[in-house]
Design a protein around this ligand. Structure first.
Ligand SMILES: [Fe+2]
Length: 316
């Protein structure tokens, strides 16, 4: 089954110079998230072509599992890819205004978690030598197999923001020198390929989940018992939590269903998206599994650099 699951919008070539100039002329915005959301959205409303604004508004009301917007302003001067995972946010005005502005236009709210990324809303997805072999967004030498992020958190619709599984992962591309794709796999495609009895077992609250490797290891990481792997989202679509080695079945039936699920996803390729400089990308972290192949980073300072921000939707 290969259904159409993603949407791509592109800023027309002829509009790019004026949009880039508007962002380059904006006063340095600082790192206050509310200001970046407001000011970024205002700039985008003022300078994006009406058709693109209308397309974004339509997507907001009828979202597809993922969305790419290409041809947005890239950062105005060369900034090296951070080597230790962090950088001075004050130098990233254009990147932050575009990224947060689009989140606001799409009615998505940034969220950060206290266990992860020092509680900061933006994660630099960038190769870090000492994290090469880790299963984190700073790793590169090992594959990141199919998973959803933060599957240990609360999946219920009324969960408080700071405890809820992130609804969306959003990205702004700084550079993707090595052309490393992000692979995406729709949960509905996986479930359609499993027997009903297996899907029913995945929906029972008979799983335990542990925190991912990216969470701080200070003994305070959350863990969850007796939760389902699959549930129904307010939109009516199935949602999923899953990370390799992070989910355990608490009954024989739950273990068997998990094993069948893992066998199934190992045989599926999904779709690839390439997030490059000036591209924005967002996908639903409950409707879509993602993975990344291992890669060899370009020279220090020139390696793949994506900016990631988790986000919650108001009604999803
Ligand atoms: Fe991930």
């Amino acid at each position: 089954m290969h259904s159409i699951t993603g949407t791509t919008f592109s800023l027309p070539e002829e509009a790019r110079p004026a949009v880039a100039a508007a962002f380059a002329a904006a006063p340095t915005p600082g790192a206050d998230t509310d200001h970046l959301l407001d000011h970024g959205a205002k700039l985008l409303r003022n300078c994006l072509p009406p058709q693109l604004l209308a397309d974004l508004a339509d997507w907001r009301h009828q979202p597809t599992p993922w969305l790419t917007v290409t041809g947005l302003p890239a950062t105005g001067r060369h900034l090296p890819t951070p080597l230790d995972g962090f950088c001075d946010e004050a130098t990233l005005g254009t990147a932050n205004l575009v990224h947060f502005g689009l989140l606001r236009l799409l009615a998505l709210s940034p969220v950060a978690y206290r266990w992860e990324n020092e509680g900061r809303p933006i994660r630099n997805v960038a190769p870090r030598a000492e994290a090469a072999d880790t299963q984190t967004s700073w790793g590169y030498a090992q594959p990141l197999d199919w998973h959803t992020d933060d599957s240990v958190l609360d999946h219920t619709a009324g969960a408080p923001a700071a405890e809820a599984i992130p609804h969306h992962l959003s990205f702004y591309g700084m550079r993707n020198t090595e052309s490393v794709p992000t692979d995406l796999l729709l949960v509905e495609e996986v479930l359609a390929a499993l027997p009903d009895s297996t899907v029913q077992a995945l929906r029972r609250p008979e799983y335990a989940v542990t925190a991912p490797e990216s969470y701080a290891s200070d003994g305070e990481e959350p863990a969850r018992e007796a939760v389902p792997m699959v549930w129904t989202l307010p939109s009516g679509h199935p949602g999923l939590r899953y990370g390799p080695g992070r989910v355990t079945g608490l009954t024989e039936g739950a273990e068997a269903a998990l094993a069948a699920f893992e066998t199934r996803i190992a045989g599926l390729d999904g779709s690839s998206v390439l997030i490059g400089a000036g591209d924005f990308h967002v996908f639903d972290n409950r409707r879509v599994l993602h993975r990344r192949v291992p890669f060899t980073p370009a020279a220090p300072g020139a390696g793949r650099w994506l900016r990631r921000c988790y986000a919650l939707g108001a009604t999803s």
